[in-house]
Write a protein that binds this ligand. Structure first.
Ligand code: WT7
Length: 584
């Protein structure tokens, strides 16, 4: 089935929040969006208050907020009132240990209830929350905690012993380690979270935060240098809320499942904040991807709105369109996807498997929330990311003689840019003013993505303008991987690129030149793979390593990843005028 347009009929979107894109985009204002939220009773704005307590105060405390499904299918339910009580306990724990406003609280947890409670409890305490992905190894964890000056870490005992304890002494700022899943006596200089939670009070007055106060730090990767800590403020909640309404069509009676892990921003903005501010019920599955399990959750939990990612959809496609037919998915009303290009085939497959298309949307860690999206009441053009959210001005730009110019011609390729000023726009990269400043030019925020806009105003993703790798929806910075490999005594030079992969979109591959005296053989290759995996963790480590005599470099000594990639894929080598002679 090849379709260039999936038409929406009125009965497909009855009751949609965004029932008329043009009209809504024309009349939208952020002030009006802000008025859908409450603000703190005494003034100020706090994400956790909007997500949890305001519902309790309005008499909706009995409503199911979070249904957690354990790996072993055990279910734990939290009403809005339960979440309010637990997050207050957590805020009290922080306060008792002297953790104050603006101080950094990190989590390194799987999708356990404690993660959700810690995130919202931290915000109630006016502290700043920074979630780390649990599949990170010690190096990415250490780098991110150092950059953010972590004061508190919440993690499991097992993660702590394996990934943090060995280097903890090097991080002076870390004053408090709260452990989940404690086996007995907590290790030296750690605290059993369960014990202090039980002792803490269930009432806590949310610390007054202002809209511009720092709330969340999400790390993302660039082509070079250390990971970047994108700073988001409490005002971001206005965007979390309204994008949930418009792009995900969230209503209070929805059962919403965002499959992303809160270790990445999608799992926080839409796996915690947005469904809760919208008063919906959210599903969290602790387990990893499994096609049958996922269909069973959609069926048994009567999921109505589902937000997932292309890698998962491709894996479901591989399992076949017959499997979903065995399940009753009649409650599913809206399916949405983000993080990497969603192939047109996948959109159309959605129609075959679920009777409805998959709605692609686009955003970044830096934008804090969905910026470009397909909506229930708008025709889908498979392969397009959709149109800008009401309140967002997007453009395709290019640099001409150093100036940023907008390109108006339909389907002309350029850099995707956004007019700054929306509430969830990052306010800084921690300690990296220069890198932050470089994201803005000519009155635009430059996304680093290449895209096109068609005559109907739909945006089409083309690729990234840098060397950052997108693997299974996660950004991997080549420099971080190269640095870990460079630590190995055998490695002289290394270049890391992403190669096309049918499931994960891109696969991380490293090219290594060895030092004198080392022999390129299978044993060493395995050792390097193991070394990288141990340092970086499975989410970041290369899946493959190849040996090269030497690597293509610029005259200034920079490895030309782009050329490495072109050669690997047999593509044109492009401009190689800066290439240093490769004979040595
Ligand atoms: C990069 C941002 C998605 C938010 C959380 C991840 C790529 C994102 C799409 C899409 C093609 C996409 C872009 C973007 N990306 N959505 N719908 N189609 N590419 O945020 O880890 O900061 O990644 O993901 O390259 O810049 P992130």
């Amino acid at each position: 089935m090849a379709l260039d347009r999936i038409r929406k009929r009125p009965e497909d979107h009855a009751g949609a929040n965004l029932d008329d894109y043009e009209r809504c985009a024309a009349s939208f204002s952020w002030t009006q969006a802000r008025s859908l939220l409450d603000g703190l009773p005494g003034g100020g704005l706090n994400i956790a208050h909007e997500a949890v307590d305001r519902h309790v105060q309005a008499g909706r405390g009995g409503k199911l907020a979070l249904r957690w499904i354990g790996r072993d299918d055990q279910i734990r339910d939290f009403s809005y009132a339960d979440l309010a009580a637990q997050t207050s306990r957590f805020a009290n724990v922080l306060a008792q240990f002297g953790v104050g406003k603006g101080e950094r609280v990190y989590s390194l947890l799987g999708r356990s209830p404690e993660l959700y409670i810690a995130a919202l409890g931290t915000l109630k305490n006016g502290s700043v929350f920074s979630p780390l992905f649990s599949a990170f190894g010690p190096e990415p964890i250490k780098a991110r905690m150092s950059i953010g000056g972590a004061k508190v870490l919440i993690t499991s005992e097992a993660f702590y012993l394996r990934k943090v304890e060995p280097w903890r002494k090097e991080l002076d700022s870390l004053a408090l380690v709260l452990l989940t899943e404690c086996s007995g006596n907590p290790p030296t200089a750690t605290v059993d979270l369960a014990a202090v939670m039980t002792a803490a009070s269930e009432t806590f007055e949310t610390v007054r935060t202002e809209p511009e106060d720092m709330a969340l730090v999400h790390f993302t990767s660039g082509t070079t240098g250390r990971p970047k800590g994108a700073v988001h403020v409490h005002e971001a909640v206005v965007a979390h809320h309204i994008t949930g309404r418009f792009a995900l069509d969230l209503h209070a009676d929805d059962i919403f499942w965002c499959t992303a892990d809160p270790g990445w921003i999608t799992g926080t903005s839409y796996g915690i904040v947005s469904p809760l501010t919208n008063g919906a019920t959210m599903i969290v599955d602790q387990a990893e991807f499994d096609a049958e399990r996922w269909y069973r959750i959609l069926q048994d939990q009567k999921v109505t709105v589902w937000y997932t990612a292309p890698t998962a959809i491709r894996m479901l496609m591989k399992a076949g369109a017959q499997i979903p037919k065995r399940f009753d998915l009649s409650r599913l009303r809206f399916i949405s996807s983000v993080g990497e290009p969603l192939n047109p085939e996948a959109v159309v497959w959605g129609v075959e498997a679920f009777g409805k298309p998959i709605h692609d949307n686009w955003w970044q860690t830096e934008t804090g929330g969905i910026m470009i999206s397909n909506y229930p009441a708008m025709d889908v053009k498979p392969g397009s990311m959709g149109r800008p959210l009401p309140g967002i001005t997007a453009g395709i730009v290019e640099r001409r003689n150093g100036e940023i110019c907008e390109i108006d011609k339909p389907m002309a390729m350029g850099e995707l840019a956004l007019r700054p000023g929306w509430p969830s726009m990052m306010r800084a990269y921690l300690h990296e003013e220069e890198r932050y400043r470089k994201c803005f030019a000519g009155g635009w925020y430059l996304t680093g993505d290449l895209a096109m806009r068609d005559a109907d105003g739909y945006y089409w993703f083309v690729g990234r303008s840098d060397d950052v790798i997108k693997s299974a929806g996660h950004l991997v910075g080549p420099f971080e991987v190269e640095s870990a490999l460079m630590e190995h005594p055998a490695v002289a030079e290394v270049g890391v690129i992403g190669l096309p992969d049918p499931a994960a979109g891109e696969m991380v591959k490293a090219y290594v030149a060895l030092k004198e005296g080392f022999e390129a053989n299978e044993l060493l290759r395995k050792e390097l793979l193991g070394h990288a995996r141990k340092r970086l963790g499975p989410a970041v480590a290369p899946k493959d390593i190849a040996f090269r005599q030497n690597l293509p470099k610029t005259r200034s000594g920079k490895i030309m990843r782009r050329l490495l990639k072109a050669r690997e894929l047999g593509l044109p080598e492009g401009d190689i005028s800066t290439l240093e002679s490769e004979e040595r």
